[in-house]
Design a protein around this ligand. Structure first.
Ligand code: MN
Length: 263
């Protein structure tokens, strides 16, 4: 009789175990300046397609809001967007070719990145997300690559987002190389700013033919990195070549989740 009751209880509890073990990792996606708070569906869809559950993190300057959200998520995607305030974050006067800046978002992005990385969360920065990852850790940017970096390649393509228009060369012994398995790939390009000097503790892992930085990685870890190009646009359009970047984020998020549960 006792045995029957016990096995009945175990049977009742099995779905609970299954739910916690098989839980898909939750990926926080940083919101853009839009109202209502949102992130482009390309990022949302890429996270879903890689096996994650996306939630949008609204812009805030309140660190307690961010801290609470970081208790819930298992990984972070920093999205693309406007230019970064050069006076405040680079100590430079704005050049005439500087585009729109979004001061609240700058503050939010930097706080979110620093807090997430300090906590050990995996983080993938895309376009502006890659640039501000670099700035958050003390790296510099070109405010405008055509006028400041001598970029002769068109980095603001007039072509669909799911179409690669310029090539990049990927460093050996990099996360990007190991995930994509190629030295040279074609990427999309929607930027006029770029990383100048990588932050201390970061390395450049891909460049375009005109020397513009197209990817950075934090050294000594495989869970903090960024790309200047937009892999989510390809994935969203059904082209899975760059899907391994999101799959990797999901794998790292699963590891983070498992470690968190053990504590
Ligand atoms: Mn580019």
């Amino acid at each position: 009789m006792k045995k029957t009751v016990l096995s009945f209880l175990i049977m009742l509890m099995m779905p609970l175990f299954a739910a916690s073990e098989g839980h898909k990792p939750i990926i926080g996606v940083s919101a853009t300046e839009s109202s209502p708070a949102s992130a482009p569906s390309t990022y949302i869809n890429a996270v879903k397609r890689a096996g994650g559950v996306p939630i949008v993190i609204p812009i805030t300057s309140d660190s307690t809001q961010i801290a609470a959200i970081l208790e819930v998520v298992d990984g972070i995607v920093m999205t693309g967007g406007a230019d970064i305030d050069p006076l405040k974050y680079l100590g430079e006067e704005p050049v005439r070719a500087l585009g729109e800046i979004t001061p609240l978002r700058d503050e939010f992005d930097i706080m979110l990145i620093r807090m997430a990385v300090r906590k050990g969360l995996p983080l993938f920065g895309i376009c502006r997300g890659e640039q501000i990852l670099n700035v958050a850790f003390g790296g510099s940017l070109y405010q405008d690559i055509p006028s400041q970096a001598g970029a002769y390649i068109k980095h603001n393509q007039d072509a669909p987002g799911s179409y690669g228009t310029h090539s990049i060369t990927i460093e050996k012994n990099s996360l990007l190389r190991s995930l994509l398995g190629k030295e040279s790939v074609a990427v999309n390009s929607f930027h006029h700013q770029a990383v100048k000097e990588p932050a201390p503790g970061f390395k450049v892992t891909a460049k375009s033919k005109d020397g513009i930085v197209e990817a950075i990685e934090m050294e000594g870890t495989d869970k903090v990195w960024g790309t200047q190009f937009h892999p989510e646009s390809f994935v969203n359009a059904g082209d899975d070549f760059f899907l391994p970047l999101f799959r990797h984020l999901i794998e790292k998020a699963k590891e983070y989740r498992a470690e968190k549960r053990q504590k």
